[in-house]
Design a binder for this molecule. Structure first.
Ligand SMILES: Nc1nc2c(ncn2[C@@H]2O[C@H](COP(=O)(O)O[C@H]3[C@@H](O)[C@H](n4cnc5c(=O)[nH]c(N)nc54)O[C@@H]3COP(=O)(O)O)[C@@H](O)[C@H]2O)c(=O)[nH]1
Length: 514
């Protein structure tokens, strides 16, 4: 687990070190969804709230038109009355909430009001006189029946052409009912009704909200509705709250996908140029004999001194090299590098050097020639190469054949991390090998876990029965070493003896310990 955390933080450092890339992706992953959520919530809310305001406008205009058509009945009734019947009008107009009243006029004066009874007002006190000659409706700033109160008036004329009736619809009451105060948040803040240049209310008032205009289908009536800011923001935050998490998740998935793709492909490019620029070097971890405690060989482990990122761990770049078909050139480089390193050492006895070799290597057509060359080149300096194949990687029948051919050439073969893969036993049946490296996870059970240490004992027994040389990996304590020695494990490797070290340190270590 700590290894994984380290790898993850290396990977993060690696990506962050590519400054342009991380800034670009940070924008996509964080600011872009926020900006997009704000913009789309604003547009969606604007559209829906505008639609709602238009619906309110259309509904109210329909109501108004129905009021205007109902006033026909009132007008017709009023026209049937004689001048002396003024009292009947008051009775008739009771319980008609939207109507302020009815005024009757002759060719000279207004003579009757449903609210005030008999009146005597000049004809032009309401509208210019000629307007009273035809059927029409108007918005007036005040009605003579109720001074200072705007209204809609509907004019009906007598059939003989002189005089008629005016039905007065209450203006303020109507406007107040348009706003629908019972709804929270109220969609519309202010409503203005317009007709032929006059408005209701007489002086239109708007705040700073958006104004929507709705025209009546069958008349010149126009309704202007100012959308309430509270209504707009109420729905804006609802849409923003819904959209933001969705867009964030989408952007993070997209961003991580691009980041991973770019990070991996640019890292693969870096590995390629790293091989050309010789940025990779080797460290060596001694493998000691359980008989005399002396090092009989080493495992070569690659390290990468990246020009910008510093030292990069192999468990980070090896999988990428494997994915991007760079593991073969990298391993070839490692062989040459080890050869060059060991030419500088004065080894007194025969020595073995283990290389981690990926399965891809065994499908190369020139593999036998390559290993014949390596065998001979290493033999000249008293070193015998050993290939470590991890059993977690899938080996095909073809690969197994090639490995057998390499053994016949005198190349030693070890199964690495034994016990951690799934193909272990079938692999042992498929071909013969020389070493079996028991994975650290089994060594860790010594003195800790009685059940799993039985598994370790069984693996050791298997090695003995099949005549494999057993190597224990990751030996960290003397207790582990004593246990393994007592069970005749042939070789031990781990921090108890030495950590992987550079060539010059290895030279000193060998002088001191061998
Ligand atoms: N194909 C190649 N793979 C390689 C090469 N070099 C390394 N690797 C693989 O990378 C993985 C990580 O390796 P590394 O960080 O070098 O770790 C090795 C040892 O340092 C570590 N180890 C050894 N002893 C101990 C110990 O006592 N305690 C402890 N905590 N760790 C220890 O184990 C790693 C060696 O593992 P293995 O190869 O399985 O023996 C790793 O998978 C390497 O295989 C390369 O050149 N090519």
């Amino acid at each position: 687990m700590p290894n994984r955390i380290n790898s993850l933080s290396s990977l993060l450092r690696l990506l962050i070190s590519r400054y342009d890339l991380s800034r670009k992706h940070l924008f996509i992953m964080l600011f872009f969804p926020i900006i997009l959520a704000i913009a789309s919530s604003y547009l969606i809310t604007g559209y829906l709230v505008g639609k709602k305001a238009r619906e309110v406008g259309e509904f109210n205009l329909e109501r108004l038109e129905s009021l205007l058509s109902q006033s026909k009945d009132i007008g017709q009734y009023a026209l049937t009355l004689n001048e002396g019947d003024c009292g009947h009008l008051n009775e008739y107009m009771r319980f008609k909430p939207y109507y302020r009243g009815v005024l009757l006029f002759n060719d000279k004066r207004f003579y009757c009001s449903s609210t005030n009874g008999v009146i005597d007002l000049p004809l032009n006190s309401l509208l210019p006189e000629p307007s009273l000659k035809t059927f029409a409706y108007h918005i007036v700033p005040e009605t003579p029946a109720r001074l200072g109160v705007p209204a809609i008036i509907v004019i009906f004329n007598n059939s003989h052409g002189a005089g008629g009736a005016i039905v007065v619809i209450e203006g303020q009451y109507l406007i107040d009912s348009f706003i629908q105060p019972e709804v929270f948040p109220r969609p519309v803040r202010h409503v203005v009704l317009g007709l032929g240049g006059a408005t209701l209310p007489t002086v239109p008032h708007f705040s700073d909200g958006k104004v929507v205009a709705v025209h009546a289908d069958n008349s010149e009536l126009v309704m202007l509705l100012e959308i309430s800011q509270a209504f707009f923001w109420h729905f804006f935050w609802i849409y923003f709250g819904l959209l933001l998490p969705v867009l964030l998740i989408f952007a993070w998935l997209l961003g991580l996908h691009i980041l991973r793709k770019n990070g991996r492909s640019s890292l693969a490019d870096d590995i390629k140029s790293g091989i050309e620029n010789q940025e990779f070097f080797l460290v060596y971890q001694p493998v000691v004999s359980s008989e005399d405690g002396k090092a009989k060989g080493v495992e070569a482990l690659v390290r990468w001194q990246h020009p910008q990122m510093g030292l990069v761990r192999p468990d980070l770049f090896i999988p990428i090299a494997e994915e991007s078909q760079l593991i073969v050139p990298l391993t070839n480089y490692i062989f040459e590098r080890a050869l060059a390193d060991f030419r500088q050492l004065q080894l007194t006895s025969e020595f073995r050097i283990g290389f981690n070799v990926a399965p891809e290597h065994f499908i190369q057509s020139d593999i036998e020639a390559k290993f014949r060359y390596l065998r001979d080149a290493f033999a000249e300096i008293g070193v015998q190469p050993l290939i470590e194949i991890t059993e977690r990687q899938l080996l095909t029948a073809d690969m197994c054949e090639r490995i057998t051919a390499l053994r016949e050439l005198g190349i030693l073969v070890a199964i690495d991390d034994f016990g951690t893969g799934q193909t272990t036993l079938s692999l042992l049946q498929t071909f013969t090998l020389d070493y079996l490296k028991i994975d650290k996870c089994f060594i860790d059970t010594i003195g800790r876990d009685a059940v799993t240490s039985h598994v370790l004992d069984t693996i050791i027994e298997l090695c003995h029965k099949m005549n494999y040389v057993a190597v224990a990996e990751g030996v960290e304590t003397q207790e582990q070493a004593d246990y393994l020695i007592s069970r005749d494990v042939h070789f031990l490797q781990g921090y108890l003896y030495a950590k992987p070290m550079k060539l010059n340190e290895l030279e000193l270590w060998l002088k001191e310990h061998n």
